[in-house]
Write a protein that binds this ligand. Sequence first.
Ligand code: GDD
Ligand code: MN
Length: 414
Amino acid sequence: MNTATRATAAEDFRRSLEARGKLPALSIVVPTLNERDNVRELVDRLDRSLAGLTWEIVFVDDDSADGTVDILRDLSRADRRVRLLHRIGRRGLASAVVEGVLATSSPVVAVLDSDLQHDEALLPAMLGRLVAADCDVVVASRYMTTGGVGDWTQGRLFVSRVATKLAELLLHSELTDPMSGFFMIKRTAFDQVVRSLSNQGYKILLDILLSAKPALRVEEIPYTFRSRRSGESKLDTTAVIDYLALLLDKMIGHVIPIRFVMFACVGGLGLLVHLSVLASLNRGMGVAFAVANLAAALVAMTFNFFINNLLTYRDMRLRGFWPMLRGLISFSAVCAVGTAANVGIAVVLFKQNYTWWLAGLAGICMGAVWNYTATSIFTWRNVRSLTRASENGEAFAVNSAKRLRRQVQHDQAA
Ligand code: GDD
Ligand code: MN
């Protein structure tokens, strides 16, 4: 069988399953993080809005601490259309959505927030538009004529508008809301781009649109973004950094990793910190140069550790006193080695008659690459916590198996 006939056969098979109601016409992916009081209501509302359609919903939860997982597990036991993907030791809206979509089975997938801010009653109309317009994506837009953003503050409205303008520049398109978190996409279109995604932060739709070559055909439908009923937004100030990192990654990410660019920028800032501490201690307060310089280096290193922990490694941030202290110590140790390498290389090159600035620059590059690589292994890829996460996963699997066995024995006895 050649590829074309195989594809047609697969398509026929899919159609026949769909016709018999065995394959949902629509899959819905919903990322959750601490949404205890919203998920039940969301499933109820979907059940009403999608009456007459076959559908499935995949919740992707990043180990919420508020009991959301238990509720989702109950829901999935009571209703086979509801499924749960429980991720441990992971964070991130974009990657949650991607993994959720990969776990679905129907030809069309909708992405929806779990906090009831997106108008689920719009889904049938979106599906209708996807089919009628024969496009790849239908976006629910807050900025089309009749759409709206509910009770947003002026500040958030402004940031959102600036970000949208920036996205338009990169997208070369007239989309009114490429940052929407509410959209529907054909699975075939998703599969074409999934390997090129940056998977950074929040803006999964923008990531998809920017990664698609050739461009996807997109339609928009207006809606009003509702206010949150319960819980709170997880979007903080680092979402802005996430966003810029995504745009930068799409522009130059294939040449140089964005995390490295950020790490190097923080290093540059550290240099300024070092020089100012040195100047004020030595020049200003008359502290001996060697002592002032050592103090400056320690302050700069500590500064760099905290800024990197806050921004560069925001997705795997170390939290709590001991993890952070351990992080600071390993960071300092790595940087000490990096400085030695930096100086060593520079001296060797200088002795080989390279000009002073070239020798210095080579040393800096060497030190930066070492610091970046080694801290990403020793400081932020906390091997212990990864092991703990996989141990948790294993314990969960073993317990589930035991529970299942008990259930079977019980059923047999009955
Ligand atoms: N699994 C997982 N992991 N889910 C997450 C995470 C995470 O790290 N962070 C947030 N979520 C879930 C929330 O539980 C919620 O269901 C949804 O993602 C959106 O998060 P909110 O914190 O409610 O975001 P928002 O309302 O401030 O932002 C919305 O508007 C943006 C446009 O301005 C979202 O729709 C964004 O996707 C959208 O880009
Ligand atoms: Mn929200």
